[in-house]
Design a protein around this ligand. Sequence first.
Ligand code: PLP
Length: 398
Amino acid sequence: MSEQRISRRVAGIAESATLAVDAKAKALKAAGEKVIGFGAGEPDFSTPQHIVEAAAAAASNPVFHKYTPTPGLPELRAAIATKTERDSGYKVGADQVLVSNGGKHALYNAFMSILDPGDEVLVPAPYWVSYPEMIVLAQGEPVVLPTTEATGFRVTLDQLEAAVTDKTKALLFVSPSNPTGSVYPPEEVEAIGRWAVERGLWVVTDEIYEHLTYGDARHSSMPVAVPELADRCIVINGVAKTYAMTGWRVGWLIGPKDVIVAATNMQSHATSNVSNVAQAAALAAVAGDLAAAEMMREAFDRRRQTIYKLLNEIPGVVCYEPEGAFYAFPSFVDVLGRELRGHTPQSSLELADVILEEVKVAIVPGEAFGAPGYARLSYALGDDDIVEGVTRIADLLA
Ligand code: PLP
């Protein structure tokens, strides 16, 4: 009999650092502290009313108390296909859509469906915390490609070319990016897509922040820029960020039909369909217009400018201007090793603890994203809280 109580595969997985920071901050708040939380990656807005009403109507209708087909309500899959063409220009059939429990579950389904043990996946860093862990769970091997401000936190073709081996199966691509807020210009999206086609690689492209771009930056969808990629491309998306629906847990993957059939089979044994009522809400979201999303985008843009300016005013802190999503990703390298109210943090991990302890501000250390020395601050919180939180950090570092 094996002595191993927890499987090696699962025991090796780290707790999600972003959720851990959020939990710490919430515990302090519950204890009566006035904590400012830059940790969580979720809009502070409520879900738009017409979406909530659609869900309420569904909850009162017994038809929605039953299972749906595993890949989702047929009308939702069709509406996602229509919305995808409307928003990014990617033409797909409803049978190329699998509705999953959030973008996270869609990504997990994608990696499980295409990776065999030992398959390598190129993952540009700073990366979103969950990508490497999901790849490992699917028995693949993440190959991390570090990037810095020097390239706008964007991976280059030279880096990709240097990292590719005969074991490389896929590239993980995300733009706008969590945690850096970087957005790839259309010509780079196309060049990377062409390179993937030449190399015979798959691309898992995460488009969950497609509508959150600022200034001149625009989201550009890789399989639209490079149609030849479609047969080896999986697009990830969901309602969480665009419609302030993080708690509803609806996302999807779009891919070639064999991948969708395989992923649907797997989902049928793991979780079956997504909550029927949540699918009704998602249908109202994707079939509706983008007016509420645009209103939220404008608020994020204003907050982005505030946080970017305030962070760069702190001596020793350098923040690259985010162009998408709702995160700032400043470097704290020059403040490490300094004495701060009796502490001398040597890493961003230690610094984040000192900031939480001393000034009750929660930030996520860069270690969680494969980028020590940096930290991620979500600016999806109220304007006054942003000013208050960054001012507290500035006072601590003064
Ligand atoms: N992809 C990225 C880049 C994200 O930042 C997130 C959430 O933080 C997700 C996917 C998953 O979103 P959800 O599972 O809430 O739909």
